[in-house]
Write a protein of this length. Structure first.
Length: 699
């Protein structure tokens, strides 16, 4: 294997997640419907699939790829399917495995995320990039530290400009998505107040990355596009290799991703893209739905097929969501979506006094629908055990909200209730407490650790290294423009270190060098066990049940990689927080509306249906793109299969003070006949001790 080459295995035995019910229903209706069959059998040339929510998008794409292989039109190695998440890539591979009898044909197909594809290309073409060591990816959470280091490199003076590393980090990501270098005209994406200071910081940031042998997320696509544009021989190799390309969620691509696809699939290429402009909700990340709308201009003669039969949601939900999006639906992308599925005839709308009352109402409503888990449910008389209603499982419920901060009240309420739940989209596995430090040790073992990794483990577990000692070695390394690992090897030159900490740091440095030496001969799994024992991490995390569960997940994943440590670390770096969603867990799912995209649940609660949250307004009253905000609400509604609860608080704590709230104006678009207004639970006289939480519902 070439140095640095990455092979990310596709676990094709994984079960499908979001469309599992869709597949079953499609099979009951005779497998593919007419529009799906037309898409699957489309004979060559560009194809645009406009696929509304729940119309079997992944199912159709997988069948199209399988058809190409079964009919002999394509060899497995010629087929590329690009997705946005690892989970979507795994689901696609699993679908292909279900459809095709010959597993070898599935293994030959390339199913990757945009970033995973580009990482593979960079590693395979390492010589063209001048790369002589395994590729390492900067964790997004560590990026602001590198920006801060770049700022200090330029203005090593307290009187220098005060720039927010988080804000500059976001701007760097934005300009990279637009394929802009520091020397380009940045007046468009960079606000005027930063325009003079930004280019030198951007340039210095890139220098810091190169010195640490790192790529950030945006570099993966940016550098691949630059390679294809500058080296026609390499581009031709991939053009010929990937003769059949499919792109999922095409409405969510940004400019860099658009350029990559255009380079891989010029006019006349066999390319199939699928998406729904009504679900374009990532404009704040640089995505631009205009690339979806211009597909037929980019590929003259392209065929357009609309998938309109929904296999997910009850007709009442589709009618309501259609009315919400129809206000701005100038292209009529949502028009004609139908299901014929019967469910609740109305959406339930409930007003609560505060966000805490809202969270308690949601908990108690779920408690009621599952038949009562808390010991007080039967005693309170709220659960009708003989009412003939089907009791639901916890995995059938999702609670959606617009911003992460809303999840705090939900988490508190569910924790008190004893109802099991999972917070989806908040953290990646490698960002979890204990795991983050463990991964940094792994990077040291692979000689891939950057300064934040070393700083993270200097005193984890605690070894008596105080802040002053850490600051001293960081300052010495900064002045010498060297890494912290290098600094640990020159402790005698760090004048501000006291004898005690100097001795402990010297011992620690020797242990890290021994880790590097031993890791060469170990599998990833054995490295993890070695680190746990050698550095007493299990003692430091003793009793932390969440860490123990995360560690099991990490060890199971590590078994797939053998001795390919760099590949394992790359896989973790490319993970998205949403990839941690477990559809098989018997838990309530709590997540933002953005994180819910692509998922489905029988019952969905949408919390915070208030003006200022839906649509979202910032602290200074700045309003996000109103059209996109409407799409976000549309996505949330269409996650539901059978039933939707819409809740709103009359008063909510926002930006540090409690504010009066008004119901979301988006609900006005839904006709009154599709809404049922219900009061929350109220306390009843009972011989049992009154539940103190019930007082929260008094209006």
């Amino acid at each position: 294997m070439r140095t640095g080459q990455v092979v990310l295995p596709l676990n094709i035995s994984l079960a499908s997640s979001s469309d599992k019910g869709v597949v079953d229903q499609i099979r009951l209706r005779g497998n593919l419907n007419n529009a799906q069959q037309e898409a699957v059998k489309h004979a060559g040339g560009p194809l645009l699939l406009v696929a509304g929510p729940g119309t079997g998008k992944t199912f159709t794409l997988a069948h199209r790829i399988a058809y190409l292989l079964q009919e002999g039109r394509a060899r497995p190695e010629q087929v590329l399917a690009v997705t946005f998440t690892n989970k979507a890539a795994q689901e696609m591979a699993a679908r292909l495995n279900q459809i095709l009898d010959d597993a070898k044909r599935v293994e030959g197909v390339t199913v990757k995320t945009f970033h995973g594809l580009c990482l593979d290309i960079i590693c395979v073409e390492a010589d063209a990039f001048g790369i002589t060591r395994p590729v390492s990816i900067l964790d997004e959470g560590d990026r602001p530290q590198f920006v801060k280091a770049a700022i200090q490199r330029i203005w090593d003076d307290p009187a220098g400009p005060r720039l927010d590393p988080e804000r500059i980090s976001h701007l760097i990501s934005r300009v990279k998505q637009l394929l802009l270098l520091p020397e380009h005209d940045l007046a468009g994406p960079v606000p005027k107040p930063f325009l003079e200071q930004f280019p030198p910081v951007y340039k210095a940031y890139q220098e810091v990355l190169r010195e640490n042998h790192l790529f950030d997320f945006d570099d993966l696509i940016f550098e691949t596009v630059k390679l294809f544009e500058s080296d026609q021989a390499i581009r031709k190799k991939y053009l010929e290799r990937f003769a059949f390309i499919s792109v999922d969620e095409y409405q969510d691509i940004n400019y860099a991703q658009y350029r990559l696809i255009r380079l891989l699939a010029p006019g006349g290429h066999d390319i199939c893209v699928i998406g729904d402009p009504d679900q374009a909700i990532y404009g704040f990340r640089g995505a631009d739905v205009r690339y979806f709308h211009r597909f037929c201009d980019d590929y003259p003669g392209a065929k357009t097929i609309r998938l309109t039969q929904n296999y997910r949601s009850a007709e009442s939900i589709l009618q309501a969501s259609g009315q919400v999006i129809g206000v701005e639906d100038t292209d009529k992308a949502q028009e004609g979506i139908w299901s014929g599925i019967h469910g609740a005839k109305t959406l339930t709308v409930t007003a609560l006094p505060t966000e805490r009352a809202e969270a308690e109402y949601i908990v108690k409503t779920i408690d009621q629908e599952v038949g009562g888990i808390a010991h007080f449910s039967m005693d309170s008389g709220r659960i009708d055990r003989f009412g003939g209603k089907r009791e639901r499982s916890f995995s059938e419920f999702a609670v959606l909200y617009r911003i992460k901060e809303q999840g705090n009240a939900m988490e508190e309420a569910f924790s008190r209730s004893g109802i099991p739940f999972q917070m989806v989209g908040n953290e990646k596995l490698q960002d979890r407490k204990g795991i983050k430090e463990l991964v940094s040790y792994l990077k040291v073992g692979c000689s891939l650790a950057c300064d934040p990794d070393v700083e993270r483990i200097l005193n984890f577990p605690s070894r008596g290294i105080g802040r002053n000692s850490v600051s001293a070695i960081k300052e010495w390394s900064r002045r010498k423009r060297c890494s912290l690992m290098t600094g640990l090897g020159h402790l005698d030159e760090v004048s501000d270190l006291k004898p005690g900490p100097r001795g402990r740091l010297r011992t620690f440095s020797k242990e890290l060098h021994q880790l590097e030496k031993n890791s060469d001969h170990m599998s990833v799994s054995k490295q993890i066990h070695y680190i746990l024992n050698q550095f007493s991490i299990m003692d430091a995390m003793d009793g932390d049940k969440a860490f123990e569960e995360d560690l099991r997940t990490l060890l199971n994943l590590s078994e797939l990689f053998g001795k390919r440590s760099a590949d394992f670390l790359a896989h973790l770096a490319l993970e998205r927080a949403q990839d941690r969603y477990d559809p098989d867990a018997e838990k309530i799912s709590l997540m933002t509306m953005h994180a819910a995209k692509g998922l489905e649940f029988p019952v969905v609660f949408i919390a915070g249906c208030e003006d200022g949250l839906i649509p979202y307004q910032g602290k200074k009253g700045e309003l996000r793109d109103l059209v996109e905000e409407r799409r976000v609400f549309y996505v949330a509604l269409t996650r539901a299969q059978e039933k939707v609860y819409l809740t709103h608080a009359k008063r909510r704590l926002r930006f540090g003070r409690r504010r009066e709230q008004r119901i979301s104006p988006f609900l006005e678009a839904v006709e009154e006949g599709l809404k049922e207004y219900k009061r929350p639970f109220s306390a009843r006289p009972t011989r049992q001790k009154e539940d103190p939480q019930l007082s929260l519902f008094e209006l």
